[in-house]
Structures are given as structure tokens and as C-alpha cells.
Design a protein around this ligand. Sequence first.
Ligand SMILES: CCCCC/C=C/C(=O)SCCNC(=O)CCNC(=O)[C@H](O)C(C)(C)COP(=O)(O)OP(=O)(O)OC[C@H]1O[C@@H](n2cnc3c(N)ncnc32)[C@H](O)[C@@H]1OP(=O)(O)O
Length: 358
Amino acid sequence: MQVSQQDFEKAKDQLKLLKVDPGNEVKLKLYALFKQATQGPCNTPKPGMLDFVNKAKWDAWNSLGSLPQESARQQYVDLVSSLVSSESSSHVKENPPDSKSGYETIEVFTEDNITKIVLNRPKMKNAISVKMYEEIMEALEEAAKDDSVITVLTGSGDYYCSGNDLNNFANVSAGGIKEMADNGAKLLKNFVKHFIDFPKPLIAVVNGPAVGISVTVLGLFDVVYSTDRATFHTPFSNLGQSPEGCSSYVFPKIMGLAKATEMLLFNKKLTAAEACSVGLVTEVFPDKTFQKEVRARLKAYASLPRNSLAISKQLLRSIEKEKLHEVNSQECACLKERWLSDECMNAVMSFLKKKSKL
Ligand SMILES: CCCCC/C=C/C(=O)SCCNC(=O)CCNC(=O)[C@H](O)C(C)(C)COP(=O)(O)OP(=O)(O)OC[C@H]1O[C@@H](n2cnc3c(N)ncnc32)[C@H](O)[C@@H]1OP(=O)(O)O
């Protein structure tokens, strides 16, 4: 069925009403589809190398080649519709269900026996600041005690999570870098411990790309659902760091040593389909129907008997618990050293410099 001009105009208006910035990649795609739909194939001169923004827009439009205007219009309407539906089915609601207040960096809702923890720094791709580490731990502690049957972790906006907020390394305390590394290692150990010890079924709803620690702790979740738009990236060597979240032990167990090595040593970024084929992800859904399909599954799981689920989880996990705590300690001790290394400091400085356009 062809998309009418009216549908196209409606999509244009809906886009303006989005509350969450969909991120540069999606915005470029929308720009390119809009230009193609309204003007046909790219016909303007290529901007100069230093005109970064216009060059990125030109590249996106030009990459559509001779895509017919009608198809571009259709893709534009579909993309806007998926953004609208993912926003309306995520936390960004006028009246969220039973939203627990007091958090700055996350939102927490309990509805239908499900406690949902939403990472909520979409402009920063949900990078985990020190405050966010603390709030996630607090929310997990509350979820462990509340009446819910299952607990869900997800992200707002176009990313699931971009991992550790690299600005955490920029705020060196009066005690100097060594004290910062000590505090970081303590924080990390405690953070990962909350996942190892979590008593109820814990489900990750990976709504977009995932980086660093948000990927490594996935091995400690009971179920991982992913949109087909997500990627899984642990760029530790690029950052002069080493793996955490018990991934040095859990990843080889899940996917075998060779695949774990590609990810954890050589920074291989997996697509959602690849992550599913190696066993890190339970099931992948098309982005357009992701929220709807996942919601149906979660609702069904949350109607199961609470105690039976919790006891079964303990049976599956308890044999490994001691080992996981030991691995967590070793990984944190190793990272503490890494953070003091030139390799790590140079990598972090280079990210922060690029960010501040120095
Ligand atoms: C204390 C416990 C430590 C635990 C150890 C944990 C280790 C890890 O998690 S290692 C992984 C760390 N994460 C990264 O290396 C990712 C860094 N970010 C990026 O590479 C990119 O931002 C991106 C690929 C995630 C997204 O790229 P893009 O789509 O081009 O979007 P922007 O880069 O423009 O991002 C928007 C905005 O957000 C800032 N940002 C994103 N992620 C982080 C981050 N992890 N730390 C700090 N800042 C981040 C980004 O700089 C942009 O900021 P503005 O320029 O101010 O808009």
C-alpha cells in the first residue's frame, strides 16, 4: 500500500512532538529519507571536509543512491512510527505507573508485578555516572524487597547504555588519582555484587546499542531481550582497560573462549543476531515490534508464582555465586591498576578532548 502525502505530513508533525532525542544516527537517517522523499536522489555538491555537520548530512542523503521517492517516503513514515511507538511504550508517559520518585538518573516503575528500572540520561546515551551507579544499586535493593515478581532493566532514548561515563575519570578528588582508582574499584565491585546477588528473575530489555559495563553484566541477567538495532561492544583494549562484570569468567562459559576473546580483547562489536547466536542474548526482535513483543512475554512471566521463580533462580545460580564474587574481586583489583596506567589515561583524555573539541 502506498503512503499518502497526508501520512507523510503526519509523520513530519509527529517527529516534532518526540520528547526524547533519537540520537544523531537516527536523525541523519530521517534527514536523508526526508530529502530523498521530497527532492529525489542527492544532487547538491559535496560539502568540504571541515564542514562536518553538512558533510555527514550529505553522506547520509547520498548513501540512499537512487532509492525511489515513494520508498523513501514509506521508510520515513515507518521510522517515525517506530520512534513514536517505542517512546510511548517506554517510560516517557504523561502519567507513568506508580513511578518511584527521588531518583535523578533513573526512573523506576512498578506495574503488573514488574519493577522496571529505566536508565534515564538519553542525551548522554545513558552513560553511567557515579550517581547512576549508586541509584541503580538502590533501585535493585528496593526491587529485591518489593512485591514484584520480575525486575527489568532498560534504557530511555535510542541507546541502551554507553557504559561507564568517561567523565567519572575527569573528576579527580583531592586525594589524587590513586584515591580515585580506589574509590572506582570499590564502587564497581559493589555494583557488580548487586547483580550477582539479585534474588529475583532479572531481565535486560536492550532497546539500543550497549557498550562496556552494560554489556559485561548481561551475563549475570536471567534473560536478555534485544532489538535488532542493538549492538554489543566492549572496547576495553581501546581504552587501556580490562574486562569487568564477571565477563572474564562468564563470557567464555557462555560463548566459548575464542568468541569471548574476540569481544573482550579485540573489541569486536557484535550485532544483536551475533550476540544471540553466541548465547549472550536470549531473543532478538525487529525494532518496530520490540516493545510490544517483549511486553507480552514479561506480562506472562510476571503472572507466574513469585516464590517458585525466585527459588528456581537460586538453584540455577547458587553453585556459581562464590566463584562470581571471587572473579569480581580480581577484575576490580586489575582495573584499579589499569586506571593508573598511561594506556588508560591517554585513551580517556583523548575521548574527553574530542568531546570538548580541544
Ligand atoms: C567506576 C566504574 C568503572 C567501570 C568500568 C566500565 C567500563 C566501561 O563501561 S568501558 C566503556 C566506556 N564507554 C565508552 O567508551 C563509550 C564512549 N562513547 C562513545 O564512544 C560514543 O559516545 C557512542 C558510540 C556511545 C555514541 O556515539 P554517537 O551516537 O556519535 O553519540 P555522541 O558521541 O554524540 O554522544 C552523545 C553525548 O553523550 C556523550 N557520551 C556518550 N557516551 C559517553 C560515555 N560513556 N562517557 C561520557 N560521555 C558519553 C558524548 O560525549 C556526547 O556528549 P556531547 O558531545 O556533550 O553531546
